[in-house]
Design a protein around this ligand. Structure first.
Ligand SMILES: Cc1ncc(COP(=O)(O)O)c(C=O)c1O
Length: 383
């Protein structure tokens, strides 16, 4: 059996698959088993911010695994300590404590629990079109009956309000509200950028009412939007959820907390959370982001990419929007067929809802590669 047949036979079919077998990656390029080369504008849905196959992370992982690969957090470890300190230094506001986990859903799951434990209140307000993961707690915050329905009943106490609409949020909040959970840019929900004035109003409202503000930066984190964290452009949260690109491609999540958060001993833990191999990968990846000036790259090239996309003259485009290198091209028709056509042109992109082409390239993408992507998009839209 070939790769495709083996995966189809032995794995649960929960992913809508693309019909290629990827075997290698370098920088912003991916290669399939037939030797075709693709420009990557998906970055594993925002994981591969530093590009594929970065030697600095490979070396850090190799060396750390040989030194001490795993170390349960009941024991202290210097690599974990260094990463905790580094994240506290980098985080905006006074988010100076961290809980380590393994994925984005786990980070949101933990944040929901921490908000309940810290406030003694049960209710969380999230947004329509929001995406926070698919474990039971995170799933209750994620918008969309297609995700929730097979697994009902949902965790109680979750409410959804329209994004970027302060009045609706204010009306939904009450004495039982523990937290508001927001993405700075809604990714899966169609690349919808948070409004600065809205976020600042929400911040003030939360502070006044003893409600915690949780920001889900699982997709927007680590330079993607042109600042290290997107909340730097909006408002500081009380809890900041991270994952995806945190450890340069290794599975890792984290929740950064300020001193409004306190959680009882033993109440929330994780076997792999903060393992030294992932911590070493994260430290190496953050160093790459700093050394290669990737935050600035995302800002400059994000502006260039968006400008080039806005120049495409096509009746099929409704809007180009985004922040840094997190870009959505909304079409007036279904985007799925164009995603496939772009793959035929050796460009890999993502969908965000039915009509939005989502572009999340590695932050190491070059101007020349962006030009190739824009030319390919122009060609498939002209078809
Ligand atoms: C904003 C956001 N939060 C949470 C998640 C879930 O992350 P994971 O798939 O690592 O559980 C995602 C995944 O796409 C995401 O974009």
């Amino acid at each position: 059996m070939n790769t495709k047949e083996l995966e189809q036979k032995y794995e649960l079919e929960v992913y809508p698959r693309r019909d290629i077998v990827l075997v290698r990656g370098k920088g912003a390029r991916l290669f399939d088993d037939l030797g075709h080369e693709y420009i990557d504008c998906a970055a594993n849905v925002g994981v591969s911010n530093i590009g594929h196959g970065h030697e600095a992370v490979a070396k850090a992982v190799y060396e750390q695994y040989l030194t001490l690969g795993n170390c349960y957090s009941m024991f202290y470890n210097p690599v974990r300590a260094s990463l905790a300190e580094k994240l506290a230094e980098l985080a905006p506001g006074n988010l100076n404590r961290v809980f380590f986990c393994n994925s984005g859903a786990e980070a949101n799951e933990a944040a929901i629990k921490f908000a309940r434990a810290s406030t003694g209140k049960p209710e969380i307000i999230a947004c329509m079109r929001g995406f926070h993961g698919k474990t039971m707690g995170a799933l209750a915050a994620t918008w969309g009956p297609e995700y929730q329905k097979p697994f009902a009943p949902m965790l109680p106490g979750l409410k959804h309000v329209p994004y970027n609409n302060f009045d609706k949020l204010e009306a939904a909040a009450g004495e039982h509200t523990a937290a508001v959970l927001l993405e700075p840019v809604q990714g899966e929900g169609g690349v919808r950028v948070g409004d600065r004035e809205y976020f600042q109003k929400v911040r003030d409202f939360c502070s006044d009412r003893n409600i915690l503000l949780i920001m889900d930066e699982v997709q927007t984190g680590f330079g993607r939007t042109g600042t290290l964290f997107a909340c730097e452009q909006l408002a500081p949260p009380d809890l900041l959820c991270l994952a995806k690109s945190l450890a340069g491609g290794l599975p890792m999540g984290a929740v950064l907390c300020n001193d409004r958060i306190s959680v009882p001993l033993k109440s929330h833990t994780s076997t792999f959370g903060g393992n030294p191999t992932a911590c070493a990968a994260a430290l190496a990846s953050i160093k790459v982001i700093e050394d290669e000036d990737l935050v600035q790259n995302a800002k400059t090239l994000g502006a260039y990419f968006q400008e080039q996309l806005r120049r495409i003259e096509s009746q099929k485009i409704r809007e180009v929007r985004g922040l840094g290198l997190m870009i959505g091209v909304e079409l007036k028709e279904k985007a799925g067929p164009y995603v496939q056509k772009l793959m035929d042109q050796r460009v890999i992109v993502l969908l965000a809802g039915a009509t939005v082409i989502r572009l999340l390239p590695p932050l190491v993408i070059s101007r020349e590669e962006i030009d190739i992507v824009v030319t390919a998009l122009k060609a498939v839209l002209a078809d």
